[in-house]
Ligand binder design. Structure first.
Ligand code: PBG
Length: 316
């Protein structure tokens, strides 16, 4: 006797009954790039359908996405001039953005990426010294918490930053959760982001602090360490070519904390170019997002949110 699997696939309504994984807008976190100035809503050359927004343009940009159910954002600040002091300034571009978003959309979840690579002359995520850097990052995280951020997400890959940041936030009586980029790899897939966030390293690369992409066991150690240090959730980045890491993280978490996959800029652009140039059908976008969820991602950070909103009915 052989098993008749095909009877479960006979037509779409039958396939739906047996479907194990689906997607909804609540699965997604949308990255936003905030710039100084007013009246700026400029599509990026490096990434179609991704914008530089000035604070006053956030509300009109977000309104339709929120009406479609978007629940959570991830904010990146892109200052006009370099200088790390701006990163913890209460009138910095991210701090202003948080306050404005909270005024307009009080229910929207706002996560702030915490890093200095858009603020340093060097374009690196540190100031040369690990322990000095984690003090700076903690100052930045505190100023985001003070402005009303719902969570802070350190993406620098310095050692000990979650422990130090938790201490600084607690000392100031902020319970703001830390969602750490625990397993962030030194990846070529960040290329388009670096022009969007103006954070390409002037010299060298990030291999001295971001993880070697050959290492899956070490990713587990990084994740456990960040959880021990006080992280409330962890991010694996990139996503598409790191689903083994996502899956191990999910299995070993025993569902005690959320696993978030970051579907990064290079992944977005590869699929986008393939689809826009007629090389491949856009169902591959759905397929790859489903794969992230099937692997164990509780949430997905993705530039595909507007695409998802427009196209979900075709795939559900
Ligand atoms: C900065 C940061 C990067 C990304 C998110 N935060 C770039 C990098 O580490 O070089 C990449 C995101 C993307 O590619 O979409 N620390």
């Amino acid at each position: 006797m052989f098993r008749r699997f095909r009877q479960n696939r006979i037509d779409e309504k039958t396939r739906r009954i047996h479907r194990e994984t689906t997607l909804s807008i609540a699965d997604f976190i949308l990255p936003l790039f905030i710039v100084e100035g007013t009246g700026i809503c400029e599509e990026l050359n490096s990434m179609p359908e991704v914008y530089h927004l000035s604070v006053d343009q956030i509300e009109p940009y977000l309104r339709p996405l929120i009406e479609a159910g978007l629940e959570t954002l991830l904010l990146f600040g892109v200052p006009s001039e370099k200088g790390i002091e701006q990163a913890w300034d209460q009138n910095g571009v991210v701090q202003q953005a948080i306050r404005s978003i909270k005024e307009n959309f009080s229910d929207l979840g706002v996560i702030c990426d915490v890093c200095i690579c858009s603020f340093t002359q060097s374009g690196h995520c540190h100031v040369g010294d690990n322990d000095k850097t984690i003090e700076i990052l903690s100052q930045i995280a505190l100023s985001y918490a003070e402005s009303g951020a719902d969570a802070v997400a350190p993406s620098d890959m310095m050692d000990g930053r979650v422990l130090y940041m938790r201490k600084v936030l607690d000392a100031a009586a902020f319970s703001t959760p830390i969602i750490s980029y625990a397993a962030k790899f030194a990846s070529g897939f960040y290329g388009p982001f670096r022009s969007a966030a103006d954070c390409a390293p002037q010299e060298g690369d990030r291999k001295g602090y971001q993880m070697d992409f050959c290492n899956g066991n070490e990713a587990q150690e990084e994740i456990f360490t960040d959880i021990e240090e006080g992280a409330a959730g962890i991010i694996v980045k990139p996503a598409m070519t790191y689903l083994d890491v996502v899956n191990r993280a999910k299995q070993s978490s025993e569902n005690r904390y959320p696993i978030i996959a970051y579907n990064v800029s290079g992944e977005y652009m590869l699929l986008r170019n393939g689809v826009d140039n007629g090389i491949i059908a856009d169902s591959v976008i759905w397929e790859s997002l489903i794969a992230m969820k099937r692997a164990g991602s509780d949430r997905i950070i993705s530039y595909f949110v507007p695409w998802f909103i427009r196209n979900q009915e075709r795939f559900l």
